[in-house]
Structures are given as C-alpha cells and as structure tokens.
Ligand binder design. Structure first.
Ligand SMILES: [Zn+2]
Length: 390
C-alpha cells in the first residue's frame, strides 16, 4: 500500500481496496498504521460542488530521516535526508579514511548528531553509507581490495547501530555513485555502467534496473582487469598490469613524475593539460586508451545503454574521455555499441549522497521492512485474505 501511495497509483482508501483486493477493514487498519507511523498523511481537496470529496493519502517525505555518508579516499560527504532522499543538512570535509574505523566512524556519527540538530532521534529510519573498498554487501564487511587496508574485515553496521539502532546499509563508493546517477539522471534506463576514474578505477553496474553486486559484492571491480602490454607494472593487489596500476590517477601522477614533471595532485596535471604540455597530454590519452580497452570488454559482457564516466580524473580531462570513447566504440561489438552512449557524470560528487539515500530508502520503505516495523501481528488473518476483485 505504501508503494501504491508513494507512486500515486492508488491514493484513496477505495482505490487501495481495488488495487490490492483487500477488504475495507483491512485497508482501514493498514492505512491507520501508516498514518500512525507518519509514513502517510491525509489531504482533503477543496470541496467540489457535489458531495464530500474523498480523502487523499500522500506519502509523507518529512515523516522521517535517513543518515547518509559517502566516504572517499580523501573527501567525505555526510548528510541527513528526508524520506524522498532530499538533503536537509549536509557537510563535506577532508578526512583520511586510512585513519581507520576507530577514528572515522565516531566522527561520522558525531557529524550526523550535529546535522540532526533538534530533530527527534525517533525520526531516524536508517543509515546508508558508501565506502572506498569492496564490501561484502549482506554483512557490511569491508575488504582491502582498493584502499582502506585499516578497515579489512571490519563489519560496519553493528558499530553504527550501537548509537543509531536502525537498519544500516553499506556498499562500495562506486556502487552508490551508480545508484545515484541511475535514479537521478537515467531512471528510465535499466542498464547502466558507472566508471569512476579517480585515485583508483572502479565500476558500478546497474543491470535490469538494479545494482549488480555479484555473489559477495565484488561485481564491477574492473580496476583489477589486466591490460595488454602494460609493461609489467606491479599492482597493489599482487598482480601485474591491472588497469588501476597503469591508468588511475595515482598511476598518472607516478608516470608524469618519472617524466620529470612536478605534479603533486590531479589539479597539477590539469594545469599542464590546460597549458598544452605535449607529454602530459600523451600520458593522459594513453591512460584513456588503457581504460577504454578494459571497458570495451565490460561493454561486450553487459551491453549497457549508457556508460557514465565520473571521478575527479575523468571530470578533469577531456582528452582522457575522448580516448576512452574512441577505444570502446572501436573494440566493442557492433550490437553492444549501436545505441551506447558514453557520458560524463551529471551529478558529480552529489551522486554519492543521493545514491546512499536511495539505497537505504529502498530498503526501509520496502514492503518487508515496513511490515516488520509495524505491528502486523495485530491484523486478523481474515482481514488479510484477498477477496476476488471485480
Ligand atoms: Zn590489481
């Protein structure tokens, strides 16, 4: 019923009855609980000329909040959002995630407390987090595949639940970016791949309308696919010539320094590209070709409608994006690229926060979670037996 009300498919008690096939008392009882929980509110339209107008039910986005945090290797965004995913209060700050969970998690929770202000804590419905590491999704357990070695094996949800006893969902940073960009910009497409080129390279895959996590949550780890003729560069994962080790932001800085360039950050590289430095341009283009090579394979397997390129490196470099495009269109199969769009991220860093909000809201507003949070046991069995419709 909540879903029908949220989507506007059924907004009166009579419509709910018709749509669900439930008896009037059952609809009444159920709507009563949703009203009591603050998940829906009643609205009465201005009286028309004939008779009493029906009471409309509306999803109450301000009936609760979710706490969200998008952790990056160096920057973190923390926010409190309403039940429609709209940010009510937020803060961005520099934080070294490598400082470990004992430092980072209390800081996050303190920040949420501050952002909540005087909102009652009973309004908190859930917590959603994106972290720059592979996450065994069901458990919220982090692995050390990319960064965050200090977090290896840490199960995040129980730590958060000690202070905020609500459902806690944790996924890797690229998956939440993919979810955010998909829901915010491409809600009508069911197959999308979000590729983040930043300090590290990773991808989040939306397949058939939902995030593809794989058996344990490691789907989309394209950073550790090897490239051809990479020159034997040792990757932090232990293999050689992973695309991450030859074409990430970290690799770009290393290669440019080896060429004698004075570059400390991606911004320094951007400045050289703007100045038209030929060696820098060539290095950036080469990185784009390497990434394109790996993406061409991924496009063949997944056949996405759109590949979104995000992350500070992709955002900074036109030449990188054009080399990626060129290689993907040349190397992927004709059918996979017939309608393929390769686009820069439109939400930018904001995709992380909205993705975390969508992830946790989809969970806490799901029929299963709403049932569990309400006293469904108070319903009598006969109230829940659908009667024939029509
Ligand atoms: Zn690797």
């Amino acid at each position: 019923m909540l879903r029908l009300i949220r989507t506007g498919e059924a907004v009166t008690r009579a419509e709910l009855g018709r749509a669900t096939g439930l008896s009037r008392p059952a609809v009444q009882l159920r709507v009563g609980e949703l009203l009591e929980r603050g998940l829906v509110v009643e609205r009465t339209d201005a009286p028309s000329t004939g008779g009493r107008p029906p009471v409309r039910l509306e999803f109450n986005a301000s009936g609760g909040v979710v706490l969200v945090a998008a952790l990056g290797a160096s920057r973190t965004r923390v926010a409190v959002c309403d039940l429609a995913g709209v940010e009510l209060a937020g803060r961005e700050f520099a934080m070294d995630v490598e400082a470990g969970p004992d430092v980072v998690l209390p800081l996050l929770m303190d920040t949420w407390e501050e952002l909540l202000g005087d909102r009652p804590r009973s309004m908190i419905r859930g917590v959603g987090m994106g972290v720059p590491a592979t996450v065994e999704f069901a458990e919220g357990r982090t692995e050390s595949a990319r960064v965050m070695a200090t977090w290896t094996g840490v199960v995040i949800p129980p730590i958060i639940r000690e202070r905020f006893p609500v459902p806690v969902l944790v996924d890797n940073d690229v998956n939440v970016l993919a979810i955010g960009e998909h829901r915010g910009i491409y809600p009508d497409l069911s197959d999308l791949m979000f590729v983040k080129v930043s300090t590290r390279i990773g991808a989040g895959v939306i397949a058939g309308g939902g995030i593809l996590r794989g058996a344990l949550g490691a789907a989309g780890e394209i950073g550790h696919i090897p490239v051809k003729d990479g020159g034997g560069v040792l990757c932090r994962c232990g293999n050689t010539d992973c695309v991450d080790s030859v074409a990430s932001g970290t690799a770009l800085l290393r290669d440019l320094r080896a060429l004698g360039k004075d570059v400390k950050t991606i911004a320094d590289v951007t400045a050289l590209v703007r100045a038209g430095d030929a060696e820098t341009m060539a290095t950036v283009r080469e990185a784009g070709r390497r990434i394109g090579e790996v993406l061409a394979g991924a496009v063949n397997i997944l056949n996405p409608a759109v590949v979104v390129l995000g992350g500070d490196v992709a955002e900074a470099f036109g030449p990188l994006v054009s080399s990626i495009r060129e290689v993907v269109y040349r190397r992927s199969t004709a059918l996979a690229t017939r309608r393929l769009r390769i686009e820069p991220s439109r939400l930018g860093a904001g995709a992380g926060i909205s993705g975390c909000a969508v992830m946790v809201l989809d969970h806490v507003l799901s029929p299963e979670a709403v049932d569990e949070s309400m006293s469904v046991t108070s319903l009598r069995a006969e109230d829940l037996t659908p009667r024939p419709v029509g």
